[in-house]
Structure formats: C-alpha cells, structure tokens
Design a binder for this molecule. Structure first.
Ligand SMILES: Nc1ncnc2c1ncn2[C@@H]1O[C@H](COP(=O)(O)OP(=O)(O)OP(=O)(O)O)[C@@H](O)[C@H]1O
Length: 229
C-alpha cells in the first residue's frame, strides 16, 4: 500500500498541498482528480522523492521513500522524456541499461499491444503515439506500483480507448496504480478508488463501487457536485 499522511507543500508563499492524506492499495486503480493546479502532479513527484514536502509521511508498503524507490514504483510522467533523436528501440535499450528491473518480454508485448514500430524516431511521433511509448516504457519496469500523470491528456478518442484497454490486461496485473486524469469517462468503469482534491486538500476519498451501490452515483456525478458547487 502507498500511504500518504498529512503532507504539505509550498512553492514560495503559495500553499499547494495542505495536509494531504490518502492511501492507494496494491491491485487497485486509484484516481487522483482535481482541477488544473490542484496539486496532482506535485503529489506524484512527492511520492517519488522528486520534490520535498514539509511535514507528514509517505510510506510504500510500510517503508519510507528512499532512492531505491525506483525498484518498487514506476513513475510515468505526463510527457515522454527520452532524447528526441532516439528511435523507440534505442529508448528501450536506454531503459534496459538504466533500470535493473526492466522487463524485456513485457516491453515486447506492450510494443505489439500498442502497435508501435520500434524503428520510429521519438521526435516524429504523434502525441497519441508518444503517450503510448511513454506507457510502454513505464509499464515495462517490474514495479509493484505505477504512477501515471495524465496519460490521456490531449490525445484522440481511439488512442484513449487503446490506452484504457491496457488496464484490463495482465500487463497491469496486480500492481497498484495511481493515475491523475481529467478524462475520467475513459476509465470510470476501471477505477477502484477516487481521491478528489480541492484547494490543496483531499475533499473526499471514496470507493467508486460504494458510491455506485450506496448512493446510486457515478464518479462523474460526485465530481459535478464537488466542482460545480
Ligand atoms: N516548480 C514549481 N514552482 C512554482 N510553482 C509550481 C511549481 N510546480 C507546480 N507549481 C504550482 O503548484 C500548483 C500545483 O501544480 P501541479 O502541477 O501539482 O497541479 P496539477 O493538479 O497536476 O495541475 P494540472 O491538472 O494543470 O496538471 C500550481 O498552481 C502550479 O502552478
């Protein structure tokens, strides 16, 4: 389980996170939802130890965050960070050299799942294809948890559907996923838990299934209540 307890963050004098607390379980998809600037990316970076936070505590299966976190957690940022001159297959080799937990058979499977051409150059890729390469690289690491920052942002409906479909395959398996997204429609049926952020705080943390069963509401219904209020 990833446990985030009472973390706060300021950029200069601006408070971005205010005692944020929630958990994300292994084997579940937890969706972090908030309007632009709500602090979603900052939370993912804090989990990876990429940005310092004040106070609070972050634990991965009971352990504090250390530089070895990369063996346990794969972070897929909101854009592909590989050098643009590289071909996809060179990016794969780069990952294999850099990460001891690179899983080549899974990478090959993801290449064909997303119908990627390994000879394509990174800087020639469309936005949707770059998003798929980004996911292919991040999901090919043997990590218990995967953090995905806006994997659907700015890409067409067919690419979004293809990306969403990976969540129902063994390529995600029983990993714990934290995903930030605005494109909730594409994955609403796959989400286990929702964490709604508002004003730097967790406004509500709920099980999508419980809200469906007990309140007869969809995740989008709850979002409308919160953000249109
Ligand atoms: N390095 C930084 N320096 C100063 N302010 C920052 C920095 N990074 C983020 N911020 C500010 O912190 C706030 C939260 O940013 P963050 O990127 O975490 O939000 P987000 O919820 O992921 O937003 P979006 O949905 O637009 O991606 C924003 O107001 C942003 O401008």
């Amino acid at each position: 389980m990833i446990e985030i307890s009472r973390i706060s963050k300021k950029y200069g004098r601006k408070r971005v996170l205010n005692e944020v607390t929630f958990t994300a379980e292994k084997g579940q998809i937890t969706c972090l939802i908030g309007l632009n600037g709500a602090g979603k990316s900052t939370i993912l970076k804090a989990v990876m130890g990429l940005t310092p936070v004040s106070g609070g505590d972050i634990r991965i299966d009971g352990e504090p965050v250390t530089p070895r976190i990369y063996e346990r957690v794969s972070f897929i940022p909101d854009s592909l960070t590989m050098p643009p001159g590289m071909r996809i297959e060179e990016a794969m080799r780069f990952m294999a050299d850099f990460y001891p937990n690179w899983n080549l058979p899974r990478a090959e499977e993801l290449l064909s799942f997303f119908q990627l051409n390994r000879m394509d150059k990174i800087n020639d890729l469309s936005k949707g294809t770059a998003a798929k390469v980004n996911l292919m690289l991040g999901l090919s690491l043997d990590a218990d948890y995967v953090l995905m920052d806006e994997p659907f942002s700015g890409i067409d409906i067919f690419s979004r559907e293809q990306i969403a479909s990976v969540f129902t395959t063994h390529l995600i398996e029983d990993r714990g996923v934290i995903i930030t997204t605005h494109e909730i429609h594409d994955i609403e049926h796959l989400i286990d838990k929702v964490v709604l952020l508002d004003g730097g705080r967790v406004y509500r943390e709920f099980s999508a299934e419980d809200v469906r069963m007990q309140e007869g509401k969809s995740v989008v219904d709850v979002m409308r209540e919160v953000y249109r209020a």
